[in-house]
Design a protein around this ligand. Structure first.
Ligand SMILES: Cc1cc2nc3c(=O)[nH]c(=O)nc-3n(C[C@H](O)[C@H](O)[C@H](O)COP(=O)(O)O)c2cc1C
Length: 333
């Protein structure tokens, strides 16, 4: 029997596969199916402070208009007693998952204000989340904002949450930092329990007819996994906290590479949206098969064995083979 267990954010997991934030984990039946097919934990979709805020404003406007008898309120419709807000629904879903599933449930938060991050973080902790993931989707588009200021945003945010929240905190990061390694080190020193590498920034497109910007969401492919694998391999021996890989993990080969590089957990999203929640079971069977064939007794035994500090040719993760790679291009390949 091969031991697939791993530890992530201090949580003991049966295996490294974690369905990440997506509509699948927003649905109780799908979440149950994910657990049944072997998922070791799940991450809920983010609670977006922006949406909570917007909803509250709309409600206040509606109640105010009715109180004044303004025509935009239409005929009088009292707010029903059983009205539940987006925040209430999120917390109720979290509590339902906690009472239905046996696997850890990680809540995810995307805030906009300091108080929003902290108050909602506390709400999620009180509702029973086993850990909190911070989805900091920040596009540093202002040329007047220096790299250090951008990084300090993340650190200050983490510091405030760390002071107020006792469950493990992971930060989901984009790859767009001048020094990813230094950023991770600072997060670790500030009390994060782990980082999730890397968030995908969705790229808006330009509609050539209307000349409008159109938002678009394209699911990932395996080619995106290599960026994550490389950075996990480079940093594994320098960073003690947990590292999860997200972005482009579709096949068992992608997952094995992430584990060899040193990932503690591998997040799955696009592949599960494409194939359905039952796919975790197939991946776990294939992972077990690969481990047996390559004479590993456990996932722990292979984790990090091709990280930068353990690889036969560690320099290949850095610059040294750059020229060789460029020169290796041939028109026929
Ligand atoms: C439809 C959809 C919804 C998502 N919602 C969230 C979200 O609420 N919060 C979050 O942090 N990531 C969200 N993600 C990002 C995924 O959790 C994941 O990190 C990303 O898709 C990369 O993994 P993949 O290549 O396996 O899809 C979402 C992705 C998709 C496709």
């Amino acid at each position: 029997m091969i031991d697939l267990s791993t530890t992530y954010l201090g949580l003991k997991l049966a295996n490294p596969l974690i369905p990440s934030s997506s509509p699948l984990t927003a649905n109780l039946d799908d979440a149950k199916r994910l657990e049944d097919s072997g998922a070791a934990a799940i991450v809920l979709p983010s609670l977006f402070e922006e949406s909570v805020h917007h909803e509250q404003k709309q409600l206040e406007k509606y109640i105010h208009s009715q109180a004044l008898g303004l025509s935009e309120a239409g005929s009088f419709h009292p707010v029903p007693d059983d009205y539940s807000s987006e925040l209430d629904n999120y917390l109720e879903h979290l509590q339902q998952l906690k009472s239905t599933l046996n696997i850890p449930v990680i809540a995810s938060l995307n805030g906009i204000s300091d108080s929003g991050w902290i108050e909602h973080g506390k709400d999620l902790m009180s509702a029973g989340a086993d850990a909190l993931e911070l989805n900091v989707y920040y596009v540093a588009a202002d040329p007047d904002e220096a790299a250090n200021d951008v990084e300090n945003r993340y650190i200050n945010l983490l510091q405030q949450l760390r002071d107020n929240i006792s469950i493990p905190i992971a930060m989901k990061l984009s790859s767009q930092f001048s020094s990813v390694g230094n950023m991770l080190l600072r997060l670790e020193q500030t009390g994060a329990s782990g980082a999730v590498l890397f968030n995908r920034f969705y790229q808006p497109d330009i509609d050539l007819e209307s000349l409008r910007i159109k938002p678009q969401l394209a699911l990932s492919s395996s080619t995106e996994a290599l960026l994550r694998i490389r950075w996990i391999a480079l940093l594994r021996s320098r960073i003690d906290f947990s590292l999860a890989a997200t972005g482009g993990f579709h096949t068992v080969e992608d997952i094995i590479k992430a584990l060899l590089a040193g990932a503690d957990a591998v997040y799955l999203c696009s592949v599960l949206l494409n194939t359905g929640p039952g796919y975790c079971a197939d991946l776990l069977k294939q992972l077990e098969h690969w481990l047996a064939e390559h004479e590993y007794n456990s996932v722990k035994q292979m984790q990090g064995s091709v990280s930068r500090s353990c690889a036969i040719n560690p320099a290949a993760y850095e610059h040294s083979n750059y020229v060789d790679v460029i020169n290796s291009y041939s028109k026929d390949t």
